[in-house]
Design a protein around this ligand. Structure first.
Ligand SMILES: Cc1cc2nc3c(=O)[nH]c(=O)nc-3n(C[C@H](O)[C@H](O)[C@H](O)COP(=O)(O)OP(=O)(O)OC[C@H]3O[C@@H](n4cnc5c(N)ncnc54)[C@H](O)[C@@H]3O)c2cc1C
Length: 409
């Protein structure tokens, strides 16, 4: 399974005990989790004149992990935060993509120059996760304290946050950005556990001479119980993913056994899948259980608030999990900077963000069920249905996704 930590090169700092600020003007905001959500929120807070501290469990950040597709709504937030150009430079701006059947033909295609780029200014960018993390870390003045594994949050007003090295902090406000298996979530929504879909996602960044037209195009192939696809992050590296129902091999099978089972499963799939499999280093494979969260009753309690996967982890089929986490970060920072008191800020944040994130999460689950149908007849009917969706409907969905949550100026 995927490592719960997302590591890159950064030395750990000394631990210290922090206490609540005495006056409201200098609020101590602790962010538990230094992934995409935690770092984006820290940057947005910083730019709003607030001074958070990030507590990340991993002992260091390391350049591992696969790629990520940042859709238009994520890029619009990065534009506001001033890092969109750096993200575009580090990754690959796509021209379009499409959905294919396992024997090759496209069921549907999209051109990002038709809707997203002309109407919103950005298309989709595929980037190595480590590059995105580096850009966020380079941009931050915020203290990021690695090696800080949160073990419990006791109380919510004020929150007392405990770490595995014995450190205890009492921030004025606590943000749980600690992912799908969040510890902080227990203080807000106790007893809520991820729901398995019953399958595994396989991801890797593959080094190869990326064949045309995949140097600027993403794609997905919906097969019988298997969903695969990817996008280039540059001319030499391709971000590839696949899902399969249940584990491909026994729990303790090594990377080579997983690779050979993947090859078997993807036999006969069209280019560039054979080229990707030939370039795959099995030790680079990242395996993740397919699971999401049910809708939470609330995203905050007392002085504790959730964001990103901790609040609304979703299946990867809509390619929106990180984009929703990035939207959370910007909106939460706006709300904290402009609202009268944290209660109003949390209410404003949740009422803006929760309906949209819950809807995208439900859509991802629906797509997951649809995309991983296992019967041959079911797959044929599904693929016929996809080809019959009117263009106007597809464009409406694309516009809604790209627009993101309305961000105040
Ligand atoms: C197969 C797959 C493909 C995906 N593809 C895409 C895509 O193309 N586009 C997209 O937008 N989204 C995609 N997603 C979703 C995306 O990866 C997540 O939504 C996103 O990473 C969420 O960010 P986060 O910061 O909320 O959580 P995470 O990325 O999980 O980060 C949480 C951070 O908190 C730290 N942490 C955890 N526990 C603790 C603790 N107790 N104390 C301190 N720190 C802790 C972790 O080490 C980590 O750094 C995909 C997901 C999967 C599974």
């Amino acid at each position: 399974m995927e490592r719960r930590r997302s590591p890159e090169a950064m030395p750990s700092e000394q631990t210290r005990v922090t206490r609540p600020a005495d006056d409201g003007s200098d609020r101590e905001i602790a962010i538990v989790g230094g992934g995409i959500c935690g770092l984006t929120t820290a940057l947005a807070l910083e730019q709003r004149g607030l001074s958070p501290t990030v507590y990340e469990a991993a002992s260091e950040y390391r350049p591992v992990g696969a790629g990520i597709l940042l859709q238009t709504n994520a890029m619009l937030v990065f534009d506001r935060l001033g890092i969109a150009d750096a993200v575009c430079d580090a990754g690959r701006q796509l021209e379009g993509g499409g959905l294919r059947s396992p024997d090759g033909p496209y069921l549907t295609r999209f051109d990002l120059n038709e809707v997203e780029r002309p109407e919103f200014g950005y298309g989709f960018v595929a980037v190595h996760r480590a590059d995105l993390q580096r850009i966020l870390l380079d941009e931050l003045d915020t203290t990021v304290r690695t090696g800080m594994d949160c073990t419990a949050v006791v109380g919510t007003d004020p929150p007392v946050v405990r770490f595995d090295d014995g450190t205890e902090i009492r921030p004025d406000l606590l943000l749980g950005a600690d992912g799908i298996h969040s510890t902080v979530r227990d203080a807000v929504a106790p007893g809520v556990d991820p729901r398995p879909l019953g399958g595994v996602a396989y991801r890797a960044l593959v080094t190869l001479d990326v064949p045309q037209p995949y140097r600027t195009q993403g794609f997905e192939i919906w097969g019988d119980g298997t969903y695969t696809g990817g996008a280039p992050v540059d001319e030499r590296r391709f971000y590839w993913f696949a899902t399969a129902p249940g584990p491909l091999t026994g729990d303790h099978a090594g990377p080579e056994a997983v690779e050979s089972a993947l090859r078997e499963r993807l036999t006969g799939y069209p280019e560039p899948i054979p080229a990707v499999l030939d370039g795959l280093d099995p030790t680079d494979l990242v395996l993740t259980a397919l699971e999401d969260l049910p809708s939470l009753d609330t995203w905050s309690r007392g002085r504790v608030v959730l964001a990103g996967d901790a609040a609304h982890a979703m299946l990867p089929f809509a390619g929106q999990g990180a984009a929703q986490a990035i939207e959370d970060g910007a909106l939460l920072a706006d709300a904290l900077a402009t609202s009268d008191g944290y209660e109003r800020a949390f209410d404003a944040y949740e009422s803006e963000r929760k309906p949209r994130a819950d809807r995208v999460r439900a859509e991802s689950r629906g797509l997951g069920r649809f995309g991983t149908i296992q019967s041959t007849l079911g797959c044929r009917l599904r693929n016929l249905a996809i080809g019959a969706i009117p263009d106007a409907v597809v464009r409406r969905v694309r516009r809604r996704q790209a627009a993101g949550t309305s961000l105040p100026e």
